[in-house]
Design a protein around this ligand. Structure first.
Ligand SMILES: Cc1cc2nc3c(=O)[nH]c(=O)nc-3n(C[C@H](O)[C@H](O)[C@H](O)COP(=O)(O)O)c2cc1C
Length: 303
């Protein structure tokens, strides 16, 4: 998903597009993806490095070296404390963003030299953590305790969300789910259509008993995994569900268009998606709406 085409489209539209390092497949392929992105945009873009336990071992150090030497604008780490890589990234001139899911992890990120934290609330796609605090509380709680800037992540898709994030003390927003339903996202039209048709009730949290909670679009696989989790209770092992949630099945869903074949990372904000615009149309609309809302709340003498 976070590949050259979408990352460049987001940056060209005025956002900070991100390549997801691991989805390229190898550190060498990440280098190629960075070069491909540079062919498509001369605007700043960044790279996400997700340091989570995975089914197959990942050469995280090699990925970090490629990122540190890439000359891109920013790196966003996620999943685990990135302390071991921070000095390397800074030596490479990158802005270090760390994605955290709690105030305490954000404070740790600040302490180890991270420049910006991106905070994922309960609503988010992917891994919201185990605290279940939504962004209406989490963002202001973080903003008032941190000295570094906060980006609000999870549940944002429109100008109302951007204006709200700014009011809550964030400096900007990070969006995942909303960008899936754009013209440039390299996913099957069936999935984009499913996003448009879904409501805010159509996501499911899996892996909670494994303390690795993740949010996905409700489908046949999420319901099957949930029933296995229920049946096995606290004795559940990842092995019990490995086959159902494995990467190849996810790929078949995303790119083959069979929505019920694998798990599809999706946030609650899917319920606010009604169309499939270009990234430029989307960002122009979000900024326009937010400006209108902010102006509407100011005394007329200040507008
Ligand atoms: C399809 C998809 C893939 C994602 N992949 C990653 C990833 O590889 N690493 C990561 O840190 N976050 C990933 N995320 C999470 C986003 O970066 C972001 O934190 C989250 O989507 C914010 O919530 P939202 O979906 O409500 O906008 C992904 C999100 C989506 C929708």
């Amino acid at each position: 998903m976070g590949r050259a085409g979408l990352a460049a489209a987001v940056s060209n539209a005025g956002g900070l597009g991100m390549i997801t390092a691991l989805t390229t497949g190898s550190p060498e392929k990440l280098e190629q993806e960075i070069a491909a992105t540079r062919e498509l945009t001369d605007k700043p873009f960044g790279i996400n490095l997700t340091i989570l336990p995975t089914i197959n071992p990942i050469p995280f150090d090699e990925y970090a070296d490629v990122i540190a030497n890439s000359g891109v604008a920013a790196v966003e780490t996620a999943g685990r404390n990135p302390e071991q890589y921070i000095s390397k990234f800074k030596a490479g001139g990158l802005i270090c963003i760390h994605k955290a899911v709690s105030v305490r992890h954000s404070l740790t990120a600040q302490k180890i030299g991270v420049d910006i934290v991106s905070i994922d609330g309960y609503e988010c796609a992917g891994h919201p953590g185990e605290d279940d605090v939504s962004n209406l509380v989490l963002i202001p709680a973080a903003a008032r305790q941190l000295d570094i800037p906060v980006i609000a992540s999870g549940g944002f898709a429109n100008g109302q969300g951007l204006a709200a994030a700014l009011a809550l003390g964030a400096e900007g927003i990070n969006m995942g789910t909303r960008f899936v339903a754009t013209q440039e996202a390299p996913v099957h039209d069936n999935i984009k259509r499913a996003y448009v048709e879904s409501s805010e009730r159509d996501t499911r949290l899996l892996y909670r008993p494994l303390r690795n909670t993740a949010r996905f679009l409700k489908n046949a696989v999420t319901e099957e995994v949930l029933s296995i989790e229920k049946e096995k209770g606290k004795d559940i092992q990842f092995e019990d569900i490995r086959e159902l949630v494995a990467g190849p099945r996810q790929q078949e869903a995303w790119f083959g268009g069979d929505k019920d074949r694998g798990v599809i990372t999706t946030g609650m904000v899917v319920g606010l998606i009604d169309d499939v615009p270009t990234c430029q149309e989307l960002l122009d609309r979000i900024i326009g709406e937010a400006e209108e809302i902010v102006r509407g709340t100011l005394p007329s003498t200040l507008v």
